[in-house]
Write a protein that binds this ligand. Structure first.
Ligand code: GRF
Length: 198
């Protein structure tokens, strides 16, 4: 059984998709937020999942916050840490501590559109396809070996909101699948590329 800790900052719809997928061989050990008002916390607590809040505003800087966060996470002996809308830039120390067991979902087809406002930027660039990417987290923001991607069309009358909704639907399919692949040891990392076994 793989222990999984999920980090959120907001509504946590990806976290909910992962919990609802009831992944074989995976136990959601805890959901941790850096904001007490993260909507997903109540949802997780109602389902009997351990929840915790570690407010970054109570710390002098990133290093101190990340050290406390790692201590909290490690109490759950995680095999995998899942970032699901966790809106914090993580220090290299934190990322390296969880090397090859820290994953993120980003709402673009990486390496295009790293950072924020991905849907607005995709529309402004006139790209015809958008999507989402699950990747291992490395110290460089929104880089790191790509585990899985899903593609959606960008329609002529799309707004950032309509495109976000289309992408989010794919996120909810892709992320649980990627976690299931990790839990079943199907992901093989070779020379910076992730291959899926089986
Ligand atoms: C998602 O779009 C995800 O790709 C991005 O942040 C958003 C989080 O949404 N990293 P939710 O909190 O999972 O609903």
């Amino acid at each position: 059984m793989k222990n999984i800790v999920i980090l959120i900052s907001g509504r946590g719809s990806n976290m909910q998709a992962i919990v609802d997928a009831d992944i074989a061989g995976a136990k959601i050990a805890a959901v941790i937020a850096n904001r007490a008002d993260a909507g997903g916390l109540v949802w997780a607590a109602e389902r009997g999942i351990d929840t915790a809040v570690l407010d970054h505003k109570g710390f002098a800087g990133r290093e101190a916050f990340d050290a406390a966060l790692a201590e909290l996470i490690d109490g759950y002996r995680p095999d995998l840490v899942v970032l699901a809308g966790f809106m914090r830039i993580l220090t290299a120390g934190f990322v390296n501590h969880y090397a090859n067991r820290l994953i993120n979902i980003h709402p673009s087809l990486l390496p295009s559109f790293t950072g924020l406002h991905t849907h607005e930027r995709a529309i402004n660039e006139g790209v015809k396809f958008a999507g989402c990417t699950v990747h291992f987290v490395t110290a460089e923001l929104d880089h790191g070996p790509i585990i899985a991607q899903a593609v959606v069309p960008v329609l002529d009358d799309d707004t950032p909101d309509t495109l976000a909704a289309r992408v989010l639907k794919e996120e909810h399919r892709l992320y649980p699948q990627a976690v299931a692949d990790f839990a079943a040891d199907r992901l093989v990392l070779e020379a910076g590329r992730v291959k899926r076994r089986g």
